[in-house]
Design a protein around this ligand. Structure first.
Ligand SMILES: [Fe+2]
Length: 195
């Protein structure tokens, strides 16, 4: 191993309830960074006229992006909706598309929405204590359907990388929406099957 890539043992504290760590700085995604991600653009613009709400935050470790390292941290999706669509992460494929990832739900309620280029999709429930496996080739997005922060802990191989662009361009096949108080998974009318 290259001595410059040698990682020393370390530990970090993540709060079980709010997911936050005082040890490192989080990456924050306000709604202004989510333009085009929600089905209802007008609803997003009308929220942004009043306030640039923090939709989610997560931690990115600065470890060498080598296949012998692991990246881990928490993701915190705040409660809220754009139109009838629940707050969510952008979602991504991995650049090394065959790389899997594990999410463990610490608090809150929601789904890990997944889909692969071959046409399969799934929405696995997040409730505290539940571990969800996102296999290789599946894009993944966290969706908060509750009224408290959805906090998950994730681990994946450090060379995987993030392909946000494909989802920014074509979206997910499915949306998770509030239909008069009922959570529903519906087809995304804007989804583009052009991968
Ligand atoms: Fe991932």
């Amino acid at each position: 191993m290259n001595i410059e890539q040698l990682v020393k043992p370390f530990s970090l504290l993540f709060d079980l309830k709010n997911g936050l760590s005082d040890d490192i700085e989080s990456t924050k995604r306000n709604l202004s960074k989510m333009k085009g991600m929600y089905a209802d653009n007008e609803a997003l613009e009308s929220i942004l006229e009043k306030e640039d709400t923090l939709a989610y935050e997560f931690y990115e470790l600065e470890l060498p992006n080598e296949d012998n390292n692991l990246l881990f941290g928490t993701s915190i999706v705040y409660p809220g909706k754009v139109g009838n669509e629940f707050f969510m992460t952008k979602g991504h494929f991995h650049n090394v598309i065959d790389t899997a990832e594990v999410y463990y739900c610490l608090s809150g309620e929601g789904y890990l929405l997944m889909e692969n280029p071959e046409g399969d999709w799934a929405a696995e429930e997040f409730t505290p204590g539940k571990a969800v496996y996102a296999p290789g080739r599946y894009a993944h997005r966290s969706v908060n359907i509750g009224d408290e922060p959805l906090v998950t802990f994730f681990v994946f191989r450090a060379d995987a990388g993030h392909d946000y662009g494909t989802i920014e361009e074509k979206g997910f096949r499915k949306l998770i929406v509030d239909n008069s108080g009922k959570v529903e998974i519906v087809d995304n009318p804007k989804w583009k099957n052009n991968r």
